[in-house]
Every structure is written in structure tokens, then in C-alpha cells.
Design a binder for this molecule. Structure first.
Ligand code: FNR
Length: 379
């Protein structure tokens, strides 16, 4: 196999290894995908300041996210259906993240359950919560995350109503996959993926099994979401969840200064500036373009992370320069997973690590924690 040097190459490999409906699920945004594209394109507009004759020995990417030590400030974002990119995908990604020394966040909408992931990891991972109308089920999820010793709860706020992704509807996406001639063809042309799936029993949303009656294809998933996800979710619920959870709480999906101010008063430990990777409100601004405004407004009151569009270590450096304490990646690790399983997730992280290290050095910084606005070139 040719050497893989960048995330874009992992993406192309994943395209060849993963059935189209599941590859498209990762590589899609809402409606026209304008926000999905803007997330990536706006990073390219930010220029870096090249510095010379600075001693660059003994560099370090180590940092902290919500006070927890990380080998670099890059966490794996929660992604639903990860176990459909590769058999047992969440377990493999969690293990890769653990070995790399970065946080893994397990989505409520995972194929592998909280308990599955806990069974293969020895360090705590993070759990992402969607709030359902059925509060007993929410309590059950929180208690299971506690029992699994998860070290942070990531509460996602931007998907109480599901944004529409055209590709998923066209593809008739489902978990477990359907067996129509089209789907059988998509799977049969990806034999490596099929073999993996034959070797596992994890084919459906195991965190919500029992509550996900009727979830077959994605059109029923969107009606299931409408039935189950609580559209009345509000700031008082955040308080209730914080108390019930009792540990570090991160609010995900903040994209507006006013919401960031509310979040800073909510008692949460951190926020993630995010538009769900462009999968929810098409037409919303990119995360990186909003980040500096949120940092200006609440940067001294709450820890700020960001995600959306990070495709290289350079993008990580730009986010840190604009005031993020940490970053999250979604698709980059999913492409790695789809392309090569656990090894691919490690490779994605390693590519980002090397790019971040080299860029940091060429910008005249030796430590990730010292990266600030002075690494950015301003006309
Ligand atoms: C997501 N995201 C997401 N977020 C969340 O809170 N819970 C979830 O279950 C999911 N599911 C999901 C599936 C897939 C396939 C993708 C690509 C994304 C959003 C995710 O956590 C993160 O915000 C984005 O992925 C970040 O953008 P990039 O890195 O993918 O550009």
C-alpha cells in the first residue's frame, strides 16, 4: 500500500473500503452542505506567521482538556453509527485514542454500547448524551456512564431536531443495513468490511436498544428522533443533568455569543464551539469563524473547545491560536477507521500530531500550551 501522508488520503481509502451508504453518512452535511464546506474552507483563509532562529529542541504537544492531561489537545468527537464504518468501530477507536493519550467520546447513537467500550479500555473515556423525552432513560444512560467510570459528560445541544442530510435519504441508510439488491451490491463490493461485520454481533444502536423500537431506516430514525428527543430541552435541564451527573460537564453545539454567555453561567466546565460538523443548521457560520467572538465574550469565564473542519495539525494550531483550549475531530478519525480499523485511527492521530508539531516549530513555538494569536499572520 502507498504511504499515507494526509487525512485526504485516508478519506479516499475509506471511500474504497466502506459501503457507500455508510461512507456517505460520514461525508455529508445538511441540505446544501454549505456549512460543512465552510468549516473546512475558512481554516484555509487563516495565514501563519513564519519565525526563524528560535531554539526548537525539546518540543511538547502536551496540554490539558477540562483539567485532564492529553498528549495533544485533540479529542475524538462523538459520532453516531461509528461501528458501521468498521466492525466494532467504537471499541477500536476508543482503544486507539487511549493508547495515543487523547480523549475518546462515545456517542449515545453508537453501535457499541458504553459497556462494550468499557470492556476494552483501561482508562476513562467520555460519554456524549442526547436528551430524550423519557427522563428515566436519560437517567439510565447517565448512570451507565457513571458505572463505566466515564470522566466527562458531553451534552449535545444542537440536535433536538434532526437536520436533513439528502444523501442518507437517497441511500436508504439503516442500522442494521437493509438487504435490498442495492444495499447487497454496496456491501458485496466491500468484502473486507463484510468479513468484519460477519465477525461481530454489534450491528445496531446498542446504547438505546429496547428504546429504539421501530428504528430501521433513517427516515424512521428521523421520526424516532422527533418522537424521542426532547424539543423542550432548556437551560434548567442543563442544571438538572449537571446535578445528576456530578462530574465534569461539557456543553456541545454552542455557536452563538449569547448562548455562550448562558453556558458560562450554567456551571458547565467547558463548551464546544460546534455546528455538528455542518450536519444540522445549513447556512450557519463555520465554527472557526465564530470561535474568536465567543473567546472574546466568555474566554475568561469558561474553557472553550471547538470542532468542525479540522483536517490537519495546522488547523488544530489555528484553533488554539484563536483561543480554543482543545479541539475535536470527527471525520478524520472516521476515515481512518473505515480505511484501516484501529490502525487507521492511530494513523489519523499521528498525521495530525506530526503536522501540529512541525507547524508549531516553524511558527517559533516549542510548546502547544504557548500557542497564541501571535502565530497568526495579519496583513
Ligand atoms: C457526528 N457528530 C455527532 N455529534 C454528537 O454530539 N453526537 C453524535 O452522535 C454525532 N454523530 C455524528 C456522526 C457523524 C458521521 C459525524 C461526521 C458527526 C458531530 C461530531 O461530534 C462533530 O461535531 C463533528 O464531526 C466535527 O466536525 P468534523 O471534524 O467531522 O469536520
Amino acid at each position: 500500500m502507498a504511504t499515507i501522508n494526509e487525512i485526504a488520503e485516508l478519506k479516499e481509502l475509506a471511500r474504497r473500503r466502506v459501503p457507500k451508504m455508510f461512507f456517505d453518512y460520514a461525508d455529508s452535511g445538511a441540505w446544501t452542505e454549505s456549512t460543512y464546506r465552510a468549516n473546512e474552507e475558512d481554516f484555509k483563509k487563516i495565514k501563519l506567521r513564519q519565525r526563524v532562529l528560535v531554539d526548537m529542541t525539546d518540543r511538547s504537544l502536551e496540554s490539558t482538556m477540562i483539567g485532564q492531561k492529553v498528549s495533544m489537545p485533540v479529542a475524538l468527537a462523538p459520532t453516531g453509527l461509528t461501528g458501521m464504518q468498521h466492525a466494532d468501530g467504537e471499541m477500536l477507536a476508543a482503544k486507539a485514542a487511549e493508547e495515543f493519550g487523547v480523549p475518546f467520546t462515545l456517542s449515545t447513537m453508537s453501535i457499541c454500547s458504553i459497556e462494550d467500550v468499557a470492556s476494552v479500555t483501561s482508562k476513562p473515556f467520555w460519554f456524549q448524551l442526547y436528551v430524550m423525552r423519557d427522563r428515566d432513560f436519560v437517567i439510565n444512560l447517565i448512570d451507565r456512564a457513571k458505572a463505566a467510570k466515564c470522566s466527562a459528560l458531553v451534552l449535545t445541544l444542537d440536535l433536538q431536531i434532526l437536520g436533513q442530510r439528502h444523501k442518507d435519504l437517497r441511500n436508504g441508510l439503516s442500522a442494521p443495513p437493509k438487504f435490498t439488491p442495492k444495499h447487497i451490491w454496496q456491501m458485496a463490493t466491500r468484502p473486507g468490511w463484510c468479513l468484519g461485520m460477519l465477525g461481530t454481533k454489534r450491528h445496531t444502536f446498542r446504547n438505546i436498544v429496547g428504546h429504539a423500537k421501530g428504528v430501521g431506516d433513517l427516515s424512521s430514525l428521523s421520526s424516532w428522533t422527533a418522537e424521542q428527543f426532547d424539543p423542550r430541552l432548556n437551560w434548567s435541564d442543563v442544571e438538572w443533568i449537571k446535578q445528576r451527573w456530578g462530574g465534569p460537564l461539557i456543553l456541545k453545539g454552542i455557536l452563538d455569543v449569547e448562548d455562550a454567555k448562558m453556558a458560562a453561567q450554567s456551571g458547565a466546565d467547558a463548551i464546544i464551539v460546534s455546528n455538528h460538523g455542518g450536519r444540522q443548521l445549513d447556512g450557519a457560520p463555520s465554527s472557526i469563524s465564530v470561535l474568536p467572538h465567543i473567546v472574546d465574550a466568555v474566554g475568561d469565564k469558561i474553557e472553550i473547545h471547538m470542532d468542525g473542519g479540522i483536517r490537519s495539525g495546522q488547523d488544530v494550531l489555528k484553533a488554539l491560536a484563536l483561543g480554543a483550549k482543545g479541539t475535536f475531530i470527527g471525520r478524520p478519525f472516521l476515515y481512518g477507521l473505515g480505511a484501516m480499523g484501529k490502525e487507521g485511527v492511530t494513523l489519523a492521530l499521528d498525521i495530525i500530531r506530526k503536522e501540529l508539531d512541525t507547524t508549531m516549530a516553524l511558527c517559533g513555538k516549542r510548546r502547544a500550551v504557548d500557542i497564541g494569536p501571535d502565530v497568526l499572520y495579519r496583513e
